[in-house]
Write a protein that binds this ligand. Structure first.
Ligand code: ADP
Length: 253
């Protein structure tokens, strides 16, 4: 009998990835996958290895062992194809503060070969969706932290990536801005985007389709928030996370 319940092919696949800095093992055999339209929270305390994984996924370093694939493209064999399907918001802001919002987006669009009317239309759409149309000509320097992050999200999406990587993207934001950014990204599920959202804040994982708990370079648990709570025998995801990692989650900055 053919299996009619086949899951869609994952857009992001990480298999047995190992990465060390000298003697320090940052990732000790990490495997995970994110399917189309899935929001996966990568939850781990500081030092868990989240940023290291993101650096490998964005081609900044090579893994010592294991494989990373984006839309079926191997990061090592076909880095340009793999990277072309990724949108990323790093923990540190990477916008040019002295360029306008629009110029920042246009620069990124051109890097992806998107120019002319198509570029203009995509930038206008992205700004409208995030409520930033009125700010298009303002310098990024004049924007609030929350709006800067929205511009980074708009930029990450301008080339319509299949995979979105968010690395501690809410650091430094006030609670309302954190919520807004999270909502914007959760809404991308409907568009089929596969999102990997790295955070040390448990509340940001509550609405995830799946949570992956990373600690000291190893995956400790994978499941829906409800499954993780049930398996831990605790009352909440925060308590489950604490019981697994032995650490209290940090408070939002
Ligand atoms: P996270 O993003 O979850 O906080 P990191 O990936 O930054 O975790 O760090 C994982 C481990 O690797 C930590 O022990 C950290 O100290 C170490 N590490 C990260 N970057 C470097 C580096 N450039 N050189 C040496 N050690 C590093």
């Amino acid at each position: 009998m053919p299996d009619t319940q086949l899951r869609p092919e994952p857009l992001l696949e990480v298999s047995e990835v190992v990465k060390s800095y000298g003697k320090r093992e940052a990732l000790r055999g990490v495997s995970l996958a994110v399917a189309p339209g899935e929001f996966v929270a990568l939850l781990g305390p500081n030092g868990a290895g989240k940023s290291t994984l993101f650096q490998l996924l964005t081609g900044l370093f090579n893994a010592d062992a294991g494989r990373l694939r984006v839309c079926g493209h191997d990061m090592r064999a076909s880095p340009v194809k793999a990277l072309g399907r990724i949108g990323v918001v790093f923990q540190q802001m990477t916008l040019d503060l002295d360029l306008s919002v629009e110029a920042n987006l246009r620069f990124h669009a051109r890097l992806h070969g998107i120019a002319g009317h198509d570029g203009t239309a995509r930038i206008a759409d992205a700004l409208a969706r995030l409520g930033l149309t009125e700010r298009a000509r303002d310098k990024v320097r004049d924007l609030s932290g929350g709006n800067r992050r929205k511009v980074e999200l708009a930029r990450a999406l301008i080339h319509k990536p299949s995979v979105l990587l968010m690395d501690e993207a809410t650091v430094g934001l006030d609670p309302a801005s954190r919520r807004q950014l999270l909502d914007e990204v959760l809404a991308l599920r409907e568009k089929g985007v596969a999102t990997l959202w790295a955070s040390h804040l448990v509340d940001e994982a509550e609405e995830a389709d799946r949570v992956i708990v990373l600690h000291m370079g190893r995956i400790l648990a994978v499941g829906t928030p409800q499954e993780l709570v049930r398996a831990s025998g605790r009352e909440s995801l925060a308590e489950a996370f604490l019981s697994m990692t032995g650490r209290k989650e940090a408070q939002p900055a």
